[in-house]
Write a protein that binds this ligand. Structure first.
Ligand code: SAH
Ligand code: SF4
Length: 392
């Protein structure tokens, strides 16, 4: 059921410092001869340049001696993942096609990263793997092999490159008064791949992203989406502590076995137990349950009611995701009226948050299909969708 990666990450001769942990950065400084007693301070300085100011050049790091800058430049780079293409939509959404090196020279891979601005936040949807270990039948990525895992550097690097592209770094002379607001304020790990099957890199990448003296996006604003890798949900609770989204999509094991074949290994009961035990849950800290709306498959009103019964007692948000079709799929998106009726049942059960912060477009960023999905929706549909997909 789970595919093995075809390739491993092959580090270049001059590796990038982007995305290293503080410990790894200290070791890198050791490699260029920085004495141990100085490393902490130097890490602190470089961390600021990398993750507060977004420096792309060692020369800019004026708090370091010229010699140290030259030594670092001789051994390392500040390269971010390469942007192969950029699409900007009318509503400000930006999608970047990111090229990552393959194990063999001249056979790079591609993943997507999407920025979705909203009134009160800017959400970046990032990828964790090239391809996916799993085979969810409605997911285009599921039809692909798992090519390789992203490194922690490539995971955090997506945030760095988004800040580059959006000019979202702190300026040399920040404005006085109110602290500057960053455009990228939230992260969802809902791009390509199953993050809980690339556990260490995802954990380490998130730790870089959440570091309060650097990129500074708190774990409360980072959501990791999983198809339900039960043992790693507990591990994520203990070792990562981000917010959790679970791709539920069905209310019976029979149907979920078909849609999310991993369910055969970790059935609904075990999955929901793992959710109940996720640390720190409260009304202010809920698990998001994602539910893709598939016409005639999982979208009956009886399904909506069963969904409510299933989630009873778990502090939950529910995100209904209109299915985004791809060439060759056997599924269709539910009719709009059906999605509305389904969502009404969910609202009436009290899942609507009193503060209706619009979100919604970001859920369409799922598996990098944002653009085609938003283009297909009418203005009315988009509004309804935004009202429907709420967050705290
Ligand atoms: N592998 C993780 C995260 C990436 S997928 C997971 O499965 O949760 C992010 C979300 O997009 C998941 O909820 C997934 O089920 C959903 N998704 C995948 N393909 C989709 C499609 N064609 N239309 C709508 N949502 C889709
Ligand atoms: Fe993988 Fe998620 Fe797609 Fe399933 S939905 S195949 S877990 S990316």
């Amino acid at each position: 059921m789970e595919k093995q990666p075809l390739e491993r990450y092959a580090a270049p001769a001059r590796p990038s410092l982007i995305g290293l942990s503080r410990e790894q950065l200290a070791a890198a400084l050791g490699d260029v001869g920085v004495p141990e007693r100085q490393r902490r301070m130097r890490v602190q300085q470089i961390w600021q340049w990398l993750y507060v100011r977004g420096s792309r050049d060692f020369e800019a790091m004026t708090t370091l001696s010229k010699d140290l800058r030259a030594a670092l430049a001789g051994r390392f780079t500040l390269e971010r993942p390469e942007v192969a293409a950029e699409q900007v939509s009318v509503d400000g959404t930006r999608k970047w096609l990111i090229r990552l090196p393959g194990e063999l020279q001249n056979s790079p891979h591609e993943v997507e990263c999407v920025y979705i601005p909203d009134t009160d936040r800017g959400t970046l949807c990032i990828s964790s793997q090239v391809g996916c270990t799993l085979n969810c039948t409605f997911c285009h990525t599921g039809t692909q092999r798992l090519v390789r895992n992203l490194t922690a550097g490539e995971i955090a690097g997506q945030v760095v490159l988004a800040r580059d592209r959006l000019e979202d770094w702190q300026r040399a002379t920040p404005a006085v008064g109110e602290p500057e607001k960053r455009l990228v304020s939230n992260i969802v790990m809902m791009g390509m791949g199953e993050p809980l099957y690339n556990f260490e890199a995802v954990r380490d990448g998130i730790n870089v992203i959440a570091d309060g003296e650097g990129l500074s996006i708190s774990k409360r604003r980072i959501t990791l989406s999983t198809s339900g890798v039960v043992p790693n949900i507990a591990r994520a609770g203990a070792e990562i502590g981000s917010m959790l989204a679970v791709s539920l999509h069905a209310v019976t094991d029979e149907l979920r076995n078909e849609l999310v074949p991993l369910n055969r290994k970790y059935p609904l009961r075990e999955l929901l137990d793992a959710c109940r035990n996720y640390p720190g849950l409260s009304n202010a800290r809920r698990i998001t349950f994602e539910y893709v709306m598939l016409k005639g498959v999982n979208d009956s009103l009886a399904d909506a009611k069963a969904l409510l019964r299933l989630l009873k007692g778990i502090p939950a948000k529910i995100n209904l995701i209109p299915f985004n079709p791809w060439p060759g799929t056997k599924y269709e998106c539910s009719d709009w009226d059906q999605i509305e009726k389904f969502s009404e049942i969910i609202f009436d059960a009290g899942y609507a948050s009193p503060v209706r912060t619009p979100r919604g477009r970001d859920i369409l960023a799922a598996c990098g299909q944002l653009k085609s999905a938003t283009e297909k929706l009418s203005a009315r549909e988009r509004l309804a969708l935004r009202a429907m997909a709420m967050t705290d």
